[in-house]
Every structure is written in structure tokens, then in C-alpha cells.
Design a protein around this ligand. Structure first.
Ligand SMILES: NC(=O)C1=CN([C@@H]2O[C@H](COP(=O)(O)OP(=O)(O)OC[C@H]3O[C@@H](n4cnc5c(N)ncnc54)[C@H](OP(=O)(O)O)[C@@H]3O)[C@@H](O)[C@H]2O)C=CC1
Ligand SMILES: Nc1nc(=O)c2c([nH]1)NC[C@@H]1CN(c3ccc(C(=O)N[C@@H](CCC(=O)O)C(=O)O)cc3)C=[N+]21
Length: 297
């Protein structure tokens, strides 16, 4: 039987496990604070921001939000960032990607105070992660690691094929999984749009992580029996539903499920874990800034 890994359930456990740490911080003076910054009005980004605010409410993190007009000059976003760096109630914040075309996301990330960089995207935090001394693990890769752990899937000695080399998913996940650590020790192959014979790379893997942003790119014919399949993709595809779209992963679920020993669904797989690990990093950020020790799940 194929195990369907329930990301909503694992994320909910992590939120529960964070509440003690949050109360410890609250008792020591104030609640952890998380801010989101959204430039422009991308509808998917607005959905994520709303979900993050609800998550914060559930666990007792103060949530803040800053909107920046999509046509504003980059300096307006930089000013918002400078304000958040100064705001002692905000322990962590993220600038939702993508930003409009006239803004360079790298110039944005460099301005974020690394101690508040709960996405883990600032060069200082990327460097620490690569050096095996991560402060904030990027939320999606960390969420993938926690999902594997929750399903008792050990990465040690396993061949992992990651489809996608982005700075927010593929690259940091590869870096985490090759580390000499209990949740690493894997042998990792990172694929991208120039990869020759993607199917050969996915077929030779014990664990496949799909993060390409291409609906149903990976199907059952590309997998050997018994493969663990983690689907990071969250693609909005036009459909005749109330919302006018449906969410489709980077994996063709039905055919992949026939081959997989375990598989994550979309929705309800990696997405909720990304949000849970954002709360985790926010609690960690508050703990570091306030010098209050807490236990993290
Ligand atoms: N569940 C969650 O929490 C999250 C989900 N996502 C979702 O994950 C997906 C990936 O996101 P993100 O990493 O930001 O995407 P990017 O577009 O930044 O990167 C996509 C990567 O996939 C590669 N790629 C594209 N097409 C192919 C192909 N046909 N074969 C092999 N590789 C290919 C690209 O290659 P190249 O480098 O050559 O262009 C690139 O490296 C999206 O669906 C996104 O919505 C993202 C973040 C969090
Ligand atoms: N600075 C920054 N950090 C990010 O972490 C970041 C970002 N920008 N830009 C966009 C991507 C995408 N991303 C998701 C988060 C949660 C879900 C999620 O919760 N998905 C739900 C369903 C969501 C829905 O219903 O639309 C699920 O898969 O079950 C999905 C995708 C974070 N990203």
C-alpha cells in the first residue's frame, strides 16, 4: 500500500509543539512577531499572506503586514524593509516573491537584517547553511525534511533526485540533504531545465523531490516501484471550479501513486509544512533576539 503523507496533520503537530515556546516568550515579555511584505497584488501571494496570518493567530504569534504598491519605485520597498529592521516587535519577516519586474529580488534580500530573515534567503544565512551551520533553514526544504522524518523515511545513504535548482527550494534542499547529519547523509542529484534524460535520473532515485513549477512533470512512467515522491509544486491551473482554478502539483498523482511507496498530495503536502516552518523560524528568531531559551520541535 502506498502511504499518503499528510502534510496538514504534520504541520498541525508542529504548530502545537511550538505553542509552549511561544508562551515562554510571551511570559518573558512579549509574543514573537512575524511580518509579511507584499509588493503588488499577485492573487496567489495574497492567498499565502492570508494563510500565514491565520497560522499566526492559531499559535499566538503577532502578525503584521505591509503592502507596497506594485508600481512604486524599489526605494519604497527598501524603506519598508528598513522600518521592519528597526521594529522591535517584529522578530522575523519575509518579502513575498515574486516582486515586480522592475525590482531585483537580490537587492531586496540583501537589505533584510539577517537575524530577522526567517526565509533564510539572505547571503549570510545561505553561507551559514552551506557551511553546515544554518541559523534559519529555508522553510520549504526544512518542511520536506520534517515530512520525511514524520514518515520514518531515513535519508542516510539514499539516492535523492531533486527536480529544480531554485534558490528557494532545490538548491537549499540539496545542501541540507548532503550534509553530514542525521537528516542528511543522502547522495543528491539536482536536475533542471537543461538536464539530459530527466526520467533516467528520477528512475534511479530512492526519493524524488519535484520542484520545477511544471504541472504534472513527473509521472509514474518515470519512477521505479517503491520510490518516495515529494511534490513541492503548487500550480494554479485554469479549471471550472468556484475559484476558477485548481491546484496541481509537479507530479501526476494518480500514475505516480501506483509506483510510490509514499507520496505527498497537492494540496495538503509540502505547502502547509512551509507555513509551519515559517512559524518555527519566527520563534527561533524571537528566541535569539530576546536571548530567551526555548525548546523547538
Ligand atoms: N509547497 C510550497 O511550499 C512551495 C511550492 N513552490 C512551488 O514549487 C514549484 C517550484 O518553485 P520554485 O523553486 O520557486 O520555481 P522556479 O521557477 O524558481 O524554479 C524552477 C526550477 O525547475 C527547473 N525546471 C523547469 N522546467 C523543468 C523541466 N521541464 N525539467 C526539469 N527542470 C525544470 C528550472 O530549471 P532552470 O533553472 O534551468 O530554469 C528551475 O531550476 C512551483 O510550482 C512553486 O509554486 C515553491 C515554493 C514553496
Ligand atoms: N519570500 C517567499 N517565501 C516563500 O516561502 C514563498 C514565496 N516567497 N513565494 C511563493 C512561494 C510559494 N509558497 C507556498 C507556501 C504555502 C503554500 C500552501 O500553503 N499551499 C497549500 C494550499 C494553498 C492554496 O489553497 O492556495 C497546500 O499546498 O496545501 C504554497 C506555496 C511559499 N513561497
Amino acid at each position: 500500500m502506498t502511504e499518503i503523507i499528510d502534510g496538514n496533520a504534520v504541520a498541525s503537530e508542529i504548530r502545537d509543539d511550538l505553542t509552549a515556546a511561544i508562551e515562554t516568550l510571551a511570559d518573558a515579555g512579549s509574543r514573537p512577531g512575524l511580518a509579511t511584505v507584499l509588493m503588488g497584488d499577485d492573487p496567489a501571494s495574497q492567498t499565502y499572506v492570508n494563510m500565514k496570518q491565520r497560522d499566526c493567530e492559531e499559535v499566538g504569534i503577532e502578525s503584521h503586514h505591509v503592502d507596497v504598491d506594485g508600481d512604486a519605485p524599489p526605494e519604497e520597498l527598501y524603506d519598508a524593509i528598513a522600518d521592519l529592521n528597526e521594529d522591535s516587535e517584529v522578530h522575523g519577516y519575509i518579502v513575498q516573491a515574486p516582486v515586480p519586474d522592475h525590482v531585483d529580488y537580490r537587492d531586496v534580500i540583501r537589505r533584510v537584517d539577517p537575524i530577522k530573515d526567517v526565509d533564510g534567503f539572505h547571503p549570510e544565512n545561505v553561507g551559514r547553511l552551506v557551511a553546515g551551520d544554518a541559523r534559519f533553514r529555508p522553510c520549504t526544504p526544512h518542511g520536506v525534511q520534517k515530512l520525511l522524518e514524520s514518515a520514518d523515511i531515513d535519508t542516510e545513504g539514499k539516492d535523492v533526485t531533486i527536480v529544480g535548482r531554485s534558490d528557494i527550494v532545490g538548491k537549499p534542499l540539496a545542501n541540507l540533504l548532503i550534509q553530514k547529519a542525521d537528516d542528511g547523509n543522502a547522495t543528491v542529484t539536482v536536475c533542471h531545465s537543461r538536464t539530459d534524460d530527466l526520467a533516467a535520473k528520477t528512475r534511479s532515485a530512492d526519493i524524488v523531490v519535484a520542484a520545477a513549477g511544471v504541472p504534472e512533470l513527473v509521472d509514474g512512467s518515470m519512477l521505479e516501484d517503491g520510490t518516495v515522491v515529494i511534490d513541492v509544486g503548487v500550480n494554479r491551473v485554469d479549471a471550472d471550479t468556484d475559484k476558477g482554478y485548481e491546484l496541481v502539483g509537479d507530479v501526476e498523482f494518480e500514475s505516480a501513486k501506483e509506483k510510490a511507496s509514499a507520496i505527498t498530495p497537492v494540496p495538503g503536502g509540502v505547502g502547509p509544512m512551509t507555513r509551519a516552518m515559517l512559524l518555527y523560524n519566527t520563534v527561533k528568531a524571537a528566541s535569539l533576539q530576546r536571548d530567551v531559551d526555548v525548546e523547538l520541535p
